[in-house]
Write a protein that binds this ligand. Sequence first.
Ligand code: NDP
Ligand code: PYC
Length: 343
Amino acid sequence: EGTMTSTTEITHLTFDVLVDLLRKIFVRHGVSETTAAILADNCARAERDGSFSHGIFRVPGYISTLKSGWVDGKAQPVIEDDGAALIRVDARNGFTLAASALARPTLLERAREQGVGVLAIRNSHHFSALWPDVEPFADEGLVALSFVNSMAVVVPPGGKKAIFGTNPVAFAAPRAGQPPYVFDQSSSAIANGDVQIAAREGHSLREGAGVDRDGNPTTDPRAVLDGGALLPFGGYKGASIALMVEILAAALTGGNFSREVDWSQHPGAQTPCTGQLFIVIDPARGGNGHFAERVAEICDLTREAGQERLPSDRRFRTRAETARTGIPIKAKDMALLQELVSE
Ligand code: NDP
Ligand code: PYC
């Protein structure tokens, strides 16, 4: 039940069937039941919405990291809460998603009671897209911002040494009459996951995406991965955002800077152990009852001004499509998932 259609090339899975398959894979490879359910749900959401660089493409990386002993799939995160707006969590070398799920009720309570809640997670491994972390807050009428740093694969403009992670920022706000306004973007010219996909599929990167091991500009994804580095998006402006993410997700939370991630003793490790910061705001505090309408208004004005596609339009369209057709999984990916579940 749940496999909607199957051809030799593509199998279409319902969301629930994909979640269940992924959950079993994670449990099989040493993740606790609770955390496996969280990771599976997140990974299936990414695949469902066409966020391919952080959907099932990431499963082998999760598994090789678990096998390497670098991450603790059974870690029990610890909340440090003194009742203030800022809540801290020590993820205890586990997955960030497990820590944020545990602290979510407290964060929501603080945002509702005090108008703002801040969640600072450290000692945590984030290996996924960031939009699933913020979108649910907007579904509850709140504004959410999140920042996570990763591993040093980005050189600052003019620099020679990779210092920043690909450091995404995600933002979500409720929008009247429409799905929330959500964007989720790395501060590098392209996410590292997309560089890996380009290398695998033999595509070039766009100009300005990265440099090779000698610091020369390159559009060859293999040159970026083989000792080269990415550049921030938008030159020094992207570099400022990447640096801000290091400050918020690492310096403020107490996590590692991307540069400090050292998995050299754990061959196969791929999940960066860093930190994540959330800022959640209740826009209705102080009596602003028209916030979601104003968000819709500025989005509509932006479209009228000529930007036909806003962030998440494509994702929401893909979500609607896969709800109808099922989530398409290529035969080789399906075979891999089946192998991993029975390993
Ligand atoms: P993209 O550049 O593909 O997309 C960034 C944002 O811009 C999305 O919200 C996207 O919406 C929107 N967008 C894309 N194209 C257009 C367009 N033509 N017009 C208007 N809006 C557009 O993302 P990145 O490559 O920067 O990042 C990919 C993913 O990698 C993200 O989910 C990010 O969180 C993840 N990542 C995770 C890291 C981690 O440490 N965990 C590190 C780095 C990245 P839409 O989705 O609808 O296309
Ligand atoms: O795609 O850059 C990336 C990334 C880093 C960590 C997880 N995803």
